[in-house]
Design a protein around this ligand. Structure first.
Ligand code: UT7
Length: 329
């Protein structure tokens, strides 16, 4: 198929799903040496959702996807590309995306997982956008889904208190802007990785390095925090420059939700008040690849995100990977 340079990917539906079980900071303080005060002050997290036994990443993803399709007024059969960002796949192979594809009752189409940890949704969105711009897909389901609780060391207070489970999804549709002066859709995406920082945040196991053992999350929080501030500032600057925008032109910052202090720092840098930042970290904690689509789902459903507004996404995660996207909603 030939490239269609005039085509944009428009978000036509959002969905999300959070497991029923809620674990508050006080619940964690009962089983490890931590406190509600420490977690709230250092991270902004008050609670997280944790998947039930037997509830898998594909189960969370399926519900989020169904809700996104319903919101878009589309059927699973309309989708011709499925990209699923996850670090916690159901199985080593095949991709969790194909599980979701069959659970949704979709016909054959490209379906695959993307592994960029907490930046996974921005990566998946960029990939789907490029498929659409090239004319290789018209309706893409982009999902971020995680059961991060399964790869946590519940004896390590430095990581166990930070993460939660969940899934979010968006439906992208190809649209020709025609003569519109301000065409809606994804304007630009910006992806980066630097493997030299692998050891700052990783899982100490996997099929090729420790056969039979999945491993648990290891993080040097202070180092990741430092990188987050530097690299997110740089990629946000890159995204603004690419679109001829200044910070205050952003209507909504929808950041990856790892730490309230990092989010507040980015908002200050952009000159945005708290009324222009979508926050879920207090209730969801860090859901890795699911955090941005869950935040989009909430803010779209309650009417905060309005057509024509400029929305800035940014994320950083293990790899290190980081990225940003600018969308005219
Ligand atoms: O999504 C991927 C990207 N990930 C991130 O962006 C995470 C970035 N990093 C962070 O958000 C922060 O570094 C953390 C929230 C992980 C940690 O906050 P911090 O202010 O950097 O704390 P710290 O690691 O410097 O630890 C301060 C103290 C330490 O005690 P000492 O050595 O000062 O006695 C820790 O042992 O806090 C202690 N500590 C805790 N205390 C109570 C660490 N975790 C806990 C805990 N409860 N859960």
């Amino acid at each position: 198929m030939s490239a269609r340079r005039d085509v944009r990917s428009v978000v036509v539906g959002c969905g999300g799903y959070l497991p029923a079980r809620i674990v508050a900071n006080a619940d964690l303080a009962a089983s490890m040496e931590t406190s509600d005060e420490w977690i709230t002050e250092r991270t902004g997290i008050r609670q997280r959702h944790i998947a039930a036994d037997g509830e898998k990443t594909s189960d969370l993803a399926r519900v989020a996807a169904e809700r996104a399709l319903k919101a878009a007024g589309l059927a699973a059969a309309d989708v011709d590309l499925l990209v699923l960002a996850t670090t916690t796949p159901d199985e080593t192979f095949p991709a969790t995306a194909v599980r979701v594809q069959s659970a949704l009752g979709m016909g054959p189409c490209p379906a695959f997982d993307v592994q960029a940890v907490c930046s996974g949704f921005v990566y998946a969105l960029a990939i789907a956008d490029n498929f659409i711009r090239l004319g290789q897909a018209r309706t893409a389901l982009v999902i971020g889904a995680e059961t991060f609780s399964r790869i946590l060391d519940w004896k390590d207070r430095g990581t166990a208190v930070l993460f939660g489970d969940g899934a979010g999804a968006v439906v992208l549709r190809a649209a020709s802007p025609g003569g519109a002066a301000l065409p809606r859709g994804i304007l630009t995406t910006h992806l980066h990785a630097d493997g030299r920082f692998h050891d700052a945040l990783y899982v100490d196991g996997g099929p090729s390095s420790t056969p039979g053992r999945v491993g648990v999350v290891k993080m040097n929080g202070r180092e990741v925090f430092r990188h987050a501030v530097d690299k997110l500032s740089a990629v946000v600057e890159e995204a603004l420059t690419a679109n001829g925008l200044k910070g205050t032109d952003i209507d909504w910052l929808v950041p990856h939700q790892a730490n309230r202090r990092i989010i507040d720092g980015m908002a200050r840098k952009l000159g945005l008040g708290p009324d222009r930042v979508v926050i879920t970290v207090d209730r969801h904690a860090n859901t890795s690849a699911a955090s941005i689509p869950l935040a989009l789902w909430e803010a779209h459903a309650d009417g905060r995100l309005k057509p024509g507004q400029i929305v800035l996404l940014e994320a950083i995660g293990g790899g290190l990977t980081w990225g940003a996207a600018v969308i005219r909603w």
